[in-house]
Design a protein around this ligand. Structure first.
Ligand SMILES: [Zn+2]
Length: 211
């Protein structure tokens, strides 16, 4: 998990929040934010292109399997992330495109699973077992985490940070549902400083100093 992601979760714990999403639904947030940038726009980085990060991602979300990664798989993962980001972008209007939904559903359909009843020692559990643990299953799990977040929680709380340099995707867990930036100390502060400077410039231009 990236330092920023840890910061975000820790800060949410520190400030307290009323609406929380289960850890497995955070899988899609981790994936969505694999492409990220410095809040001041100094650099951008795509961690899906880094084999070590991808390996850690699979480990972190119990998605390890035997199939090796290939350039075609990386392309498919990037395409999935682009699709999911596009859907997030439509959430404020509440009108996702049917083509995007069909594309996401095709990924979910691509990895069928079966139900299995198991005895957990104290109680029964109903497990969903994939027919094959391969990259199609990994992508279906990522898509399922995203679909679960949209279907079981308030989809309008899923937001893109309004700092154009950043564009970090977060689930707004605040009571007021009015959060606009991923972090208060970076993106929100940067925006406030820029707004202050812009207003000051307008004031200076509209009332030039008299000599
Ligand atoms: Zn941000």
């Amino acid at each position: 998990m990236g330092q920023r992601c840890i910061f975000y979760i820790v800060s949410e714990i520190l400030v307290g929040s009323d609406i929380q999403i289960p850890p497995m639904d955070r899988l899609c947030l981790d994936f969505l934010n694999s492409e990220w940038g410095d809040f001041r726009g100094r650099w951008r980085e795509d961690r899906l292109l880094q084999p070590a990060w991808l390996e850690e991602f699979l480990e972190r979300w119990n998605l390890r399997m035997a199939d090796p990664v290939s350039p075609a798989i990386v392309d498919a993962l990037v395409e999935l992330r682009t699709l999911m980001r596009r859907i997030v972008g439509t959430l404020p209007a509440g009108n996702p495109s049917s083509d995007d939904l069909n594309a996401l559903n095709a990924i979910l359909l691509n990895a069928p699973s079966i139900r299995r009843l198991v005895w957990g020692g104290e109680k029964f559990e109903l497990e969903m077992v994939p027919l094959a643990r391969d990259w199609r299953w990994v992508m279906a799990e990522i898509a399922a985490s995203f679909a679960d977040l949209l279907a079981k929680h308030d989809s309008k709380r899923l937001k893109i940070c309004e700092n154009p340099n950043c564009r970090w995707i977060f689930y707004d867990e605040s009571k007021s549902r009015t959060r606009r930036w991923c972090t208060n100390n970076k993106c929100a502060n940067l925006w406030k400083v820029r707004r202050f400077r812009a207003r000051k410039k307008i004031l200076n231009e509209s009332s030039p100093a008299t000599s």
